[in-house]
Design a protein around this ligand. Structure first.
Ligand SMILES: CC(C)(COP(=O)(O)OP(=O)(O)OC[C@H]1O[C@@H](n2cnc3c(N)ncnc32)[C@H](O)[C@@H]1OP(=O)(O)O)[C@@H](O)C(=O)NCCC(=O)NCCS
Length: 265
């Protein structure tokens, strides 16, 4: 990543963590705040919000129509503590005093688990990894753009902090989640096993590259088959989700294919 996107900070100071990272992240909340629907506000959460965040996550997970969409068993470390302290940043969206959504960005240090290893990133680049750890929106506030805005905020913060690689894992069946991330250039690149036997998509964006889809290699894979299609990721990766049909007949597909390398490759 070039120094241009590092908020004017000396490159030697990167990557930032702790209070300095919180300051950079807080500045970028104003744009998110300006775009929120009426009645909602946003702030950085901190250690005093531990119970609030933990309870909210349990409540949202309990309402999932498919429990595979989010399993806490797939997380590493202590999610709440890690994302309210030195290892991460969390934006909380509130209606009055009620937490209705959050987006968490993990900033792994040298000794922390790092999803860059699952992608075989060079050791020298692990320090520039940020985790798009998770976002959750209260069912009553869905479909209003909160997830997309929380993705944008985390992208802006990661880039400003000098973290060029964004990574996380997502259930292949949670196409709403990975489809949204893919819409922001964070594409499913591999299948991995986490938390024992959970099969997850490893999604990734590198700010220094802008891969282009080769339409000649396009293949649609039904969402329910994706977890078994390891071959797709030997040839290329997933670029987005596609719907076919309406109403009860609607089915979702993963659009798969190779990176464009020019004709005659
Ligand atoms: C997945 C989840 C975070 C999505 O949250 P959400 O806030 O409903 O998502 P959004 O409102 O941003 O997007 C939903 C749709 O509303 C649309 N939308 C409606 N109003 C919008 C607006 N004002 N601005 C932008 N998008 C808007 C979006 O375009 C989007 O359509 P798309 O799916 O075709 O892209 C939410 O369903 C959730 O919390 N699920 C349970 C937990 C989970 O699975 N988390 C993700 C794993 S980490």
């Amino acid at each position: 990543m070039s120094p241009r996107s590092c908020a004017g900070l000396p490159v030697g100071a990167l990557p930032l963590r702790g209070d300095a990272a919180r300051a950079v992240a807080a500045v970028r909340l104003s744009r998110l705040a300006a775009l929120l629907p009426d009645g909602l506000s946003v702030r950085l959460m901190d250690g005093d919000d531990s119970s609030l965040l933990a309870d909210f996550r349990v409540r949202v997970v309990a309402t999932l129509e498919d429990p595979d969409h989010y399993r806490m068993a797939g997380e590493v470390g202590n999610f709440v503590a890690d994302h309210l302290g030195d290892r991460g940043l969390t934006a909380g969206v509130f209606r009055g005093g009620r937490l209705v959504a959050y987006g968490a960005l993990g900033l792994p240090g040298a000794d922390d688990p790092n999803r860059g290893r699952d992608l075989d990133l060079p050791e020298a680049e692990l320090g520039s990894v940020a985790h798009m750890s998770s976002a959750m929106v209260d069912p009553s506030e869905r479909g209003r753009g909160l997830h997309h805005r929380l993705i944008d905020w985390r992208i802006e913060v990661a880039e400003a902090l000098g973290r060029r690689h964004l990574l996380t894992t997502v259930s292949p069946r949670n196409h709403c989640s990975w489809g949204h991330l893919a819409g922001h250039g964070i594409y499913p690149k591999r299948l991995v096993r986490v938390g024992g036997d959970l099969v997850r998509l490893l999604v990734h964006r590198d700010f220094t590259t802008d891969p282009i889809f080769d339409p000649a290699t396009a293949e649609l894979v039904a969402i329910e088959d994706l977890a078994g299609r390891w071959d797709v990721f030997e040839r290329g990766h997933v670029w987005g989700r596609v719907a076919a049909g309406d109403g009860a007949a609607r089915r979702w597909y993963a659009l798969c294919g190779r990176v464009w390398r020019g004709r005659g490759r």
